[in-house]
Ligand binder design. Structure first.
Ligand SMILES: Nc1ncnc2c1ncn2[C@@H]1O[C@H](COP(=O)(O)OP(=O)(O)OP(=O)(O)O)[C@@H](O)[C@H]1O
Length: 267
């Protein structure tokens, strides 16, 4: 469904600040894959998402979506197929608009005609969708989103993204800024929506336990390369210790990700 062919990305090439963020990276994402991505600090995870979403064009290599070369397709055009959620829960929704207006904008995404208006039938439809979040938000459709909590905003971002039926969703540490209770609620919803709508998903996380528990495939990145690509039974049997040990064996150094290692420490 999405294919990266020999992608290299260099920031500030030919200057003293030159930084090779991705090195000749190739990856095939199959329809229905739910891929978790872990990696040491500066491994290139977010750059990978930026290239898939079209925020940057790669220095070298090609990106295909459903066999169509989109390497030079701008981000706004790719947004039709790709949904993305960031760590900041305020980024995915408009604060100064009501919940129902936010949902309407998202519902219209990609459709220029016919123009659907916010009528009784639409409100009922939105109400039913909001009930799935089990947060009581179906009773607050006229409230401005500035009044909602971070967890509620991230749940809404997730729901609205799903309603726009993207082919691929990119989750960039989308639970990292939430408290543990909200983070696990959002993760459970993520899993539920991915299954219900049969979405293809890629999720960056600094939590190795989460990376093992969720999805059918796990990628580990380091210094701009994918160094592990584990799926199926092998993934089901993985432990955090295995991952740290495999990293050490492959790279002859210890895993440098403060947040990951701290989050795995037993109390
Ligand atoms: N806009 C940019 N300009 C210059 N260098 C950048 C830019 N974005 C990323 N880099 C560099 O590219 C490398 C990869 O960064 P990236 O943010 O993709 O890593 P990451 O795996 O997401 O890291 P982290 O887990 O710490 O967020 C790093 O060395 C980083 O400093």
């Amino acid at each position: 469904m999405i294919e990266l062919q020999n992608i290299t990305h260099v920031f500030y090439p030919g200057t003293p600040d030159e930084r090779i963020a991705l090195k000749n990276l190739s990856l095939k994402v199959n329809k229905g894959d739910f891929i978790t991505i872990i990696g040491s600090n500066g491994a290139g995870k977010t750059t990978l998402f930026n290239l898939i979403a079209g925020t940057y064009r790669p220095s070298q290599g090609r990106i295909l979506i459903n066999d169509i070369d989109v390497t030079n397709t701008p981000e706004y055009k790719r947004a039709k197929y790709i949904g993305r959620i960031f760590q900041n829960p305020l980024l995915g929704t408009a604060s100064n608009m009501s919940l129902e207006d936010n949902m309407m904008i998202c519902y219209r995404k990609g459709f220029k005609w016919p123009v659907v208006s916010l009528n009784h039938a639409m409100r009922e439809k939105f109400r039913k969708e909001l009930e799935k979040l089990q947060m009581g938000l179906e009773h607050r459709m006229k409230d401005n989103l500035a009044l909602f909590s971070g967890g509620q905003r991230q749940a809404l971002t997730l729901l609205m993204m799903v309603l726009s039926r993207p082919e691929l969703i990119l989750l960039d540490e989308h639970t990292a800024a939430l408290d543990p209770k909200n983070a696990s609620k959002i993760l459970a919803l993520t899993k539920e929506f991915i299954e219900e709508y049969q979405l293809t998903a890629m999720m960056i996380t600094h939590n190795m336990t989460q990376a093992i528990e969720y999805g059918n495939r796990l990628l580990m990145m380091d210094e701009g390369e994918i160094i592990l690509d584990i799926s199926g039974e092998e993934k089901k049997n993985l432990t955090v210790e295995d991952l740290v040990e495999q990293f050490h064996r492959l790279r002859q150094k210890s895993y440098e990700d403060d947040r990951a290692l701290l989050s795995e420490k037993k109390p």
